[in-house]
Design a binder for this molecule. Sequence first.
Ligand code: SAH
Length: 218
Amino acid sequence: MAQDDDTPETRLARLVLSLRSQGVTDPKVLRALEATPRQLFTPDLFQERAFEDSALPIACGQTISQPFIVGLMTQALKIEPRSRVLEIGTGSGYQTAILSKMARLVYTVERYRTLMAEAEARFKALELTNVITRFGDGGQGWPEQAPFDRIMVTAAAPDEPKALLSQLKPGGILVAPVGKGPVQVLKRYTADGQGGHTVEDLGEVRFVPLLDGVAREL
Ligand code: SAH
């Protein structure tokens, strides 16, 4: 049973154990989850729910992803220590922080200035020096830094994300929720090195939509 006086470390360890029992079994992913204090990415209003396995609201009408989905998507990306990873949809920066523990460099793009500034402050406080941020429309990827070994999209692309797929290295992997409705299919694309790719369906997920352009509001 959860006790109110459990430390954040204990509560996080219990959450990570439950993710393992649900199929997040890659030891490197489990270590990264355990080393990332989710309460620091969770709004004040939801502090007591930071270690629940659920998505939570953040500023700008967006969400911090559900830990199980973060674990599943990170595992699906098959990150290697030398990987340069592009992430679209920084949001709270929680997923970014986990990627940064496993990859050489993480490039992350967000279309809300407020979210980007808050995430940058967290990366600084946690001394995540291998994260490079950009305020912009991630639907176009990051052409100046392409190609990437891995790409993770944490907002739902309406259709196959062609611009992003074109920024993958041969053998590279892209994981994204794809679909126009409230429920999407998590897809894994693997670049075949000849301009094509294979696609696998990894199950149903629910993400906020990938929107065109940067947000006009803060
Ligand atoms: N990984 C994040 C999830 C954030 S929700 C976390 O765990 O906190 C998805 C994010 O994608 C939102 O912050 C949203 O603003 C952002 N987003 C949506 N469309 C985008 C686009 N075209 N470019 C960049 N970011 C985008």
